[in-house]
Write a protein that binds this ligand. Sequence first.
Ligand code: WQD
Length: 336
Amino acid sequence: MRVLVTGGTGFIGSETVIKLIENKYEVVIVDNLSNSKEAVLDRIETITGVRPTFYKVDCCDYEAFRGVFEKEKFEAVIHFAGLKAVGESVVKPIEYYANNLGSTSNLLLLMKEFGVKSIVFSSSATVYGIPKRVPLFEDDPVLSATNPYGETKVMIERILEDACAADKNLNAALLRYFNPIGAHPSGLLGEDPNGIPNNLMPYITQVAIGKRDHLRIWGNTYPTPDGTGVRDYIHVVDLAEGHVATLKKLVTNPGLVVYNLGTGKGTSVLEMVNAFEKATGVKIPYTIEEPRPGDVAANYANCDKAAKELGWKAKYDIFDACRDAYNFQQKNPNGI
Ligand code: WQD
């Protein structure tokens, strides 16, 4: 089966490409390299022995994107491409709506023209907004997200719902990721953010290698066991496996399906710091700062539906993820 992976040189995309190749899928990557590097292809080839077909194309560029569909034949698409920095989206909402919605509508128009009937969409737990209760279930209400980035995910989920309602032959899986962390066990691929990391794990690993002085913990007065924010941290390799399991589900023509991809377990910031220190032996100094605007107290998943319908469950824990993330950071102190 030949699969198009948009955003396939990114953190989650590249791990998913590895799992696809290992499961004997043929992979074509389309990526504009706005937040990743072409060198990721070398790493994928080193790990799998296969170099996926690659097009440096922006999914917002309809004619260039159409050119890929004219050259290649796909049975399915996994759509990762998009801008994804929460804070940046608040400052640049128009760019986020234009890019994330424009790229997706181009993709869906081209899938329709070229008869591609299955799409796996990289959604996010952010679509749940400020959770009324945790753990979150797939049929919990999708509220307006707390930022334009999250809003683009809400809107794209609506677009896919409407597209599936209009075309009974279209199959779409909305995968709501919680907090992806970790790296490929080889240390060749991992989270490689530009500039100062927004997310917790890459900030911790940069402190661990001495690139950053200390971790700033955004608030310890939340209504959680130790006052710091609680999240559902899922190993990126588990996440990648979830995409392969979802492709197999779409072959059964289920129409629109929605799954939480998490571990079902909440971990606080302080628990993560302690886990990292235990897993790596490296001390992480930190200060307690004011809460970060837009943060929620707790956000973690119920993943029974993915277990039941996809036969998928997260296998790795936060200690595995800390070890793998640190290994990647040590081997790539300045990124890939
Ligand atoms: C996790 C916890 C912070 C950094 C975001 C997006 C979400 C998804 C995953 C794309 C929180 C605390 C963090 C730091 C800290 N991305 N923290 N110091 O905000 O849960 O989710 O990334 O889909 O859409 O919203 O992840 O890693 O930023 O924060 O104390 O330097 O760590 O307050 O409690 P978040 P995060």
